[in-house]
Design a protein around this ligand. Structure first.
Ligand SMILES: *[C@@H]1O[C@H](CO)[C@@H](O)[C@H](O)[C@H]1NC(C)=O
Ligand SMILES: *[C@@H]1O[C@H](CO)[C@@H](O)[C@H](O)[C@H]1NC(C)=O
Length: 130
């Protein structure tokens, strides 16, 4: 819930910035459609992160993506993104999904994944369990 508000704020800031700079490459945030809020991932299992590819600007069609795992404590804006251990790298953003192996992390119920195109978009909070 909070992640979505933060993402919306971020979108607004990016939109405001791009009006000013009129950069040729558009900023876009592929909307994450899985994991959904409250999803449960088991450590060691293979899961798909999926996203909406319907609004990818032509200038971004050849772009590759990066998916990071983080967690978001309610009331905080710190996404605790683990940049040292990306879940997926160098996949085409047009694919709409990336398969990830759930890492051996401490169980929590406030994990998020963030998909970076040229800006980031966060999933809702979900659970990783043993
Ligand atoms: C991920 O999505 C692809 C494409 O739809 C599918 O072939 C694959 O079976 C999915 N994998 C999992 C773990 O759901
Ligand atoms: C994307 O890649 C294809 C094939 O290499 C190329 O023809 C096309 O011009 C590229 N598009 C952009 C926007 O870079």
């Amino acid at each position: 819930m909070f992640a979505n508000k933060f993402a919306a704020l971020f979108t607004a800031l990016v939109a405001a910035a791009s009006v000013v700079s009129a950069a040729p490459a558009e900023d876009f945030e592929p909307h994450i459609t899985a994991p959904t809020a409250g999803a449960v991932w088991h450590i060691g299992s293979t899961q798909n992160v999926t996203w909406d590819t319907s609004n990818i600007p032509p200038s971004n069609v050849n772009q590759t993506g990066l998916i990071l795992l983080g967690y978001l404590v309610d009331g905080s804006e710190d996404e605790h993104l683990d940049g040292q251990h990306p879940l997926a790298v160098n996949f085409p953003i047009t694919a709409g999904y990336a398969s990830v192996v759930v890492p051996d992390v401490a169980p929590r119920d406030d994990y998020i994944v963030v998909l970076f195109g040229n800006s980031g978009n966060a999933s809702p909070q979900f659970t990783i369990t043993a």
